[in-house]
Design a protein around this ligand. Structure first.
Ligand SMILES: [Fe+2]
Length: 468
């Protein structure tokens, strides 16, 4: 649904998303020290997988305007230091961007024809020289156990508060092969400097995002508000998204820039765009694509990632449009995990009828359908809704979290950790011939974190606001 309020654009300088003729009016707070102008060495280096990450990876990065060509070098990883000796130069495409941090170029380079299951090093070029060599591994061509990280919304106070959760996840977790982001990586609203936010987002993940492939989904906040010719407010994908992420471009025609799928060692990851579905007329097209992409999946496990949750834990109502269109497809095509964000709370939901019915079904040996997760990584918190006490198996409020998922041939192990690294929730999905069985963890998870009136679970005022 389009909102119709009149926009008060608050830009210090030109932003690439701003409608022409809208002048600077309001002073926007900037990151301390103004560190995010493009420089003569590359920054914001983010690795993304090809559709077949055993054969293809891609990188996006940013430089000042002096480096006009998108250039990288790639070589097989070796144990000695002569990394450049076998390097091959690869050229990609550069795209200009102009905003409160001045003019810059985003570059994208694709590494194709790679060998499965082997290490590579790459570096990217700025006018003053090369980045450091960055090392990654391609996926194996066949199903093999691996581990991935799942982050909810980072969105607010990305560097000051969300970054420690991301860094805790990388430090506490050995060798994650992938990272999935469930949307609202940034806030991108009128009162924020958007390019600073993207600077904070890449700084929060740092070099981890250059060496581990990232699978981002768009949230509503990746879409900037814009003024339509009739004076109403519309949504347009912010200028950073297509430049910062060199995605596989194999998604639904209805949302080509923001939907895609990746097959990684026996898992098909399908990334949808809830905002395009809800607000931009791209629901039916995505639903058809989702169904056909699941129908054609050769994978043992299927994981779907998008922003607006089918079952909400904060909002008064579920996301009815997506629930009506996508839930039947998830069930019919036997999706294993549905990973979401948007509600700024935690929820693990295994049955629409509620946790008591779900536990009984488990005890009776019933097959487990799709498991629906909502999580949050950043600082913004919403209060739990009236269903949170009875519908999901496990919830949290006023709590920053990250998730670690271990995939094996017949077992998918899902673990949720708090920002300080405490185990908060977890389950195993065990594959049987007739479907999954869900097994609760036996390890001790921490007590449920909820606010009690004005009191938060850390003995401080609750920060989780009710969500209308
Ligand atoms: Fe959000």
């Amino acid at each position: 649904m389009m909102k119709t309020r009149t926009l008060a654009f608050a830009v210090l300088a030109i932003t690439a998303s701003a409608a022409p003729g809208l002048a600077a009016q309001v002073e926007i707070p900037r990151s301390p020290g103004l560190p995010y102008a493009a420089k003569s060495l590359p920054d914001r280096i983010v690795l993304t997988p090809g559709a077949d990450p055993s054969r293809e990876m891609a990188v996006a990065f940013r430089t000042d305007t002096a480096q006009t060509t998108a250039e990288a070098e790639i070589a097989p990883a070796i144990d000695g230091p002569s990394l450049a000796a076998r390097a091959v130069r690869v050229v990609g495409a550069a795209s200009p961007i102009e905003n409160e941090n001045g003019k810059a170029l985003y570059h994208q380079v694709r590494f194709t024809g790679l060998e499965p299951g082997r290490g590579y090093v790459y570096r990217v070029k700025g006018s003053a020289g090369w980045s450091e060599w960055l090392q990654f591994r391609t996926a194996h061509a066949e199903a093999r156990p691996f581990r991935f990280l799942y982050f909810g919304d980072t969105q607010n106070n990305i560097l000051s508060i969300a970054s420690r959760v991301i860094r805790q996840a990388f430090h506490a977790t050995a060798a994650p092969a992938l990272v999935v982001h469930a949307g609202d990586l940034v806030a991108q609203r009128d009162d924020l400097a958007h390019d600073d936010e993207w600077g904070e987002w890449t700084q929060a993940g740092g070099y981890n995002y250059s060496i581990v492939p990232q699978l981002p989904a768009t949230g509503n906040h990746e879409y900037a508000d814009t003024l339509l010719p009739d004076g109403s407010e519309g949504r347009v994908l912010g200028p950073h998204w297509p430049r910062q992420f060199a995605l596989p471009a194999n998604g639904a025609d209805a949302a080509k820039a923001t939907t895609y799928f990746v097959d990684y060692q026996g898992v098909r990851f399908i990334i949808l765009d809830g905002t395009a579905a809800l607000d931009l007329g791209a629901l039916e097209g995505q639903t058809r694509w989702l169904d056909s992409t699941l129908a054609a999946s050769p994978a043992r496990w299927n994981v779907v990632l998008f922003h607006q949750p089918i079952f909400t834990c904060a909002r008064p109502n579920d996301t009815a449009v997506l629930k009506a269109a996508w839930k039947p497809v998830f069930e019919a095509r036997k999706v294993d995990l549905v990973l979401q964000g948007h509600d700024h709370c935690y929820s693990r939901l295994t049955a629409e009828g509620g946790k008591t019915a779900s536990a009984k079904a488990r005890a009776d040996g019933k097959v487990q359908g799709p498991v629906y997760l909502v999580s949050v990584t950043g600082s913004k918190m919403y209060g739990l809704n009236d269903r949170a006490g009875t519908q999901p198996d496990r919830v949290a409020e006023d709590t920053e979290l990250f998730q670690v998922v271990d995939v094996a041939e017949d077992k998918l192990q899902f673990r949720t950790f708090t920002a300080t690294g405490g185990l908060y929730d977890g389950f195993d999905l065990i594959r049987h011939a007739d479907g999954n069985r869900l097994v609760e963890i036996t390890e001790a998870a921490g007590p449920v974190r909820r606010c009690a009136g004005q009191a938060g679970p850390d003995g401080l005022p609750c920060t989780a606001d009710p969500k209308d």
